[in-house]
Design a binder for this molecule. Structure first.
Ligand SMILES: Cc1cc2nc3c(=O)[nH]c(=O)nc-3n(C[C@H](O)[C@H](O)[C@H](O)COP(=O)(O)O)c2cc1C
Length: 190
């Protein structure tokens, strides 16, 4: 009984922590939905979800940093990133780039630790209602994240979100298989 209890405890202790991040400040963010949905496909991990709305970060300014240091919510966000073993990130695209909310959080995080992603495995996604599925922001992140410690195990754009994701489910079989494959590779890398 004692041995069983100890083994169970050990197993619980070793469970990897995966953080999902929706790169948007929209309350109804489709990227948050996609990141959380994808996270839930990963078996036997502790899942935590980041909604950028829960972190009050002023618009990054070197002057604010000099005068007031790091905001409490930044420290909280950085702790979440630090204590995770891997990330599922889905980026919103605004005018061909990161959403302002994500870029702001990313800039602040990079002031605390330039290797924001700590070389931990990342599954990188982007989605939009359009046919390109955030391809431009994906290209930006693919070229930039590795410089900030990004260890991108797999990535995919997810086009035409509202047609391909209905009632909390991926209804396009090709996309579903693609995400499943990415989840499998990501799980193995944890
Ligand atoms: C200011 C602004 C700019 C946008 N620019 C793009 C764009 O460049 N490419 C794109 O595919 N969608 C663009 N969109 C549409 C977003 O993809 C759409 O709002 C999507 O829902 C954003 O993701 P989210 O729901 O996770 O915030 C833009 C939306 C806004 C509000």
């Amino acid at each position: 009984m004692f041995i069983f209890a100890s083994l169970t405890k050990l197993k619980q202790k070793k469970m990897k922590k995966v953080l999902t991040i929706g790169g948007s400040s929209s309350k109804a963010s489709i990227n948050k939905k996609l990141a959380e949905y994808t996270g839930q496909m990963i078996k036997d991990v502790e899942l935590n979800h980041i909604d950028l709305n829960d972190y009050e970060l002023p618009l990054f300014s070197i002057d604010i940093e000099k005068e007031s240091g790091f905001p409490d919510d930044l420290v909280r966000l950085n702790n979440q990133v630090e204590s995770s073993d891997g990330f599922v990130v889905s980026l919103a695209e605004h005018n061909g780039a990161y959403s302002a909310a994500f870029k702001n959080a990313f800039d602040w995080l990079s002031r605390m630790e330039s290797k924001v992603w700590r070389n931990k495995p990342m599954l990188l996604l982007s989605t939009s209602p359009g046919a390109r599925g955030g391809q431009s922001v994906m290209e930006i992140a693919l070229s930039r994240f590795p410089r900030n410690g990004g260890n991108i195990i797999g990535y995919s754009t997810f086009p035409s979100f509202n047609e391909n994701f209905v009632d909390g489910e991926i209804v396009n079989p090709v996309l579903k298989e693609k995400i499943k494959g990415l989840v499998s590779d990501f799980s193995e890398s944890l």
